[in-house]
Design a binder for this molecule. Structure first.
Ligand SMILES: Nc1ncnc2c1ncn2[C@@H]1O[C@H](COP(=O)(O)OP(=O)(O)OP(=O)(O)O)[C@@H](O)[C@H]1O
Ligand SMILES: [Mg+2]
Length: 307
């Protein structure tokens, strides 16, 4: 059951501009004026073309990047104000990420048993039944403790490492998990198991997941809320059923029209943005000038124009 009805996390007007090049600086607006709430025990999927700013949002939430503007609140506390070493540690105890490359997350010199030991020692957990608890979370994610605990990260597959990260999140009882392309490394047979596990955990423990994906069908299957990104902006958001059944923004419409097959994944190399869409979006904004973001029905908002 969710812990309470307040927002676990709230993102307000989040903006990130990257500056690159020293002499002739170039600016990339990766994320622009993004706002959404994460309620306890819910799964949100963040969907959008490659380069639309999804990973950047995940990194901003995890304090791996600093916002150019806007705020992120975790249980009503401004995350930008969390700077004290002890507080940051406390934050990372509760807000964690699983990124596209799980290999980078673990110290390659530590065996899995050591990695779990470190969680207990460095985050100051109660040591009682430690071994039993570790075995339980590994079993929960379908990893065989006997086989996994003595191994080094490079001896595990990408999918096993991702499940290990979920096990770690479970052990630490995290509040918010940022799962960036989580299942891309899992084979079809483990995929459904891991997804069902995530759903169950959310419902049972009140954990929330920001599920970053390219897969619309997966998003539909797994998430309570859907966030659609286009060129750094959230163009449509709300209750998953409502957004999927009644898409309004031209980009969302295009997405749903272009993915007819169940389980089809976007090919990153593929051109997603036919001229037509860019043109449709421009016209849509022009026709709706001054409207900005509007709630068109309960739990369903659309960006009608850039104001
Ligand atoms: N450190 C950086 N410096 C400069 N530009 C960056 C940096 N990180 C990301 N960007 C740019 O910001 C934009 C958003 O990138 P981001 O990685 O958030 O996209 P994404 O939606 O996660 O894409 P994908 O689906 O391919 O993972 C892109 O144009 C990217 O090139
Ligand atoms: Mg990404």
């Amino acid at each position: 059951m969710p812990k309470n009805n307040e927002n676990m996390m709230s993102v307000k007007g989040l903006t990130k501009v990257f500056k690159s090049g020293v002499f002739k600086p170039q600016y990339t607006v990766a994320v622009k004026d993004v706002s959404f709430d994460i309620k306890p025990g819910t799964i949100l999927s963040l969907i959008g073309e490659s380069g639309s700013g999804k990973t950047t949002i995940g990194k901003l939430i995890l304090k791996l990047l600093k916002p150019t503007a806007g705020q992120i609140y975790y249980k009503n506390k401004d995350v930008a104000q969390i700077n004290d070493k002890k507080e940051v540690k406390e934050y990372y105890k509760k807000v964690q990420g699983i990124f596209q490359d799980p290999f980078a997350t673990f110290n390659p010199l530590y065996r899995v048993d050591r990695i779990f030991e470190i969680i207990f020692s460095s985050f100051g957990y109660d040591q009682t039944n430690k071994e039993e608890r570790i075995h339980k979370v590994l079993n929960d994610v379908n990893l065989n403790p006997g086989r996994i605990l003595g191994k080094f990260p490079h001896q595990l597959s990408g999918g096993q490492l991702q499940r290990l990260l979920i096990a770690r999140a479970l052990l630490m009882d995290v509040d918010v998990l940022i799962a960036d392309e989580l299942i891309s490394m899992l084979d079809a047979s483990t995929r459904i198991g891991v997804l069902n596990l995530l759903v169950d955990l959310c419902k049972e423990n009140g954990m929330s997941v920001l599920f970053i994906t390219h897969d619309l069908n997966l998003g539909y299957y797994i998430s309570d809320y859907t966030l659609i990104m286009y060129k750094g902006r959230l163009v449509e958001k709300g209750d998953t059923k409502k957004v999927y059944q009644n898409p309004i923004h031209p980009y969302t419409k295009m997405l749903f029209n272009s993915v007819p097959d169940i389980g089809r994944r976007w090919d990153k190399e593929e051109e997603f943005l036919p001229e037509q869409v860019v043109d449709d979006v421009r016209k849509f904004y022009a026709t709706n000038q001054g409207r900005g973001i509007e709630e068109i029905e309960e739990e369903h908002s659309v960006l009608f124009s850039l104001k």
